[in-house]
Design a protein around this ligand. Sequence first.
Ligand code: NI
Length: 395
Amino acid sequence: MLNQIKEIAEKLTPRLIEIRRHFHAHPELSGQEYQTAAYVAGVLSSCGLQVQEAVGKTGVIGHLTGQNSDSRTLAIRTDMDALPIQERTNLDFASRHPGIMHACGHDVHTTVGLGTAMILSQLSQNIPGKIRFLFQPAEEIAQGASWMIQDGAMRGVDAIFGVHVFPSIPARCVGIRYGALTAAADDLEIFIQGESGHGGRPHEAIDAIWIASQVITSLQQAISRTQNPLRPLVLTIGEICGGRAPNVIADQVRLAGTVRSLHPETHANLPHWIEGIVKNVCQTYGAKYEMNYRRGVPSVQNDTILTQIIEQSSREAFGNEYVEIITEPSLGAEDFALYLEQAPGSMFRLGVGRCEEINHPLHHPQFEIDESSIFTGVVTLAYSAYKYWQQYSQN
Ligand code: NI
């Protein structure tokens, strides 16, 4: 089966590269993936898949039914959206849409999803169950997964695989991570209300800017002194806004930030813990406060058995030297986590790094990939899907 998959993948590669370049040249922002979705739907139906459009707004689902002796459904999820970035590569297939760029590799993900569907549709007689290809919109704004789930994309799904490109892993390699892959990411907003006054008479005012700086400092110190250092926690205030004139004490400050954590207990306790600190500081100096804490996406926790399937598939397909076990999680966020609340799953990192060249990070205006990664991606996913059924039909 592996040889058949590789053979088909090899034949398909020139076409897949063409498809990827098409997506790269025509990026669309989160929730506006109309052309991409139409293109995806066209390819899926040309492979004989049953296609569902406008799932989760601009999402697409392709249904592939194998022999049907097993009623299990495996989902494979890829995302389609681009970023509001002005591309600065010199590629001849660089973005034709000003200010929009596939700088997170979702053009590769969509292509790999399509390539896997093309391969498995040719081998459907070897697949005992059903595969559902989820082409998700709006990952960059962490909305698309929940839109898809609301529209029933995960109904009846038993397991799910996902993929994300990674520039610091060389192309032709696959990165496998057991357990936590990405962090839970929440949004924090704090308003501090003091009292305005003359810049030369601080004792008659309540300085919201100074109190805000105390809040930030206290939060950062409290992380190091009250949180378990073996459970990562990052709190970044990325926005601060307040004051109107250099000689007027500010009465209002707004702070906004992101809070990243990995451990479920740390995550659960965050609003309470943060509010305790904000409240103490504000009370001490006579200010009022309001805090809004919004839960974002949870941490991606890869399932052990499904991760083993991907690891074994890639070891067999490419050899041990092309498989990297990732030892550290990332504090980035990924809405793939929301699917994992519906069914167990695993997401792997697809190496796209180019030899002897600068590999710009994800979301960089000069981000570019080694296209040999497309072959690696489709073979990994197609063979992992096959091995998933092998494993479960034996049990
Ligand atoms: Ni991404």
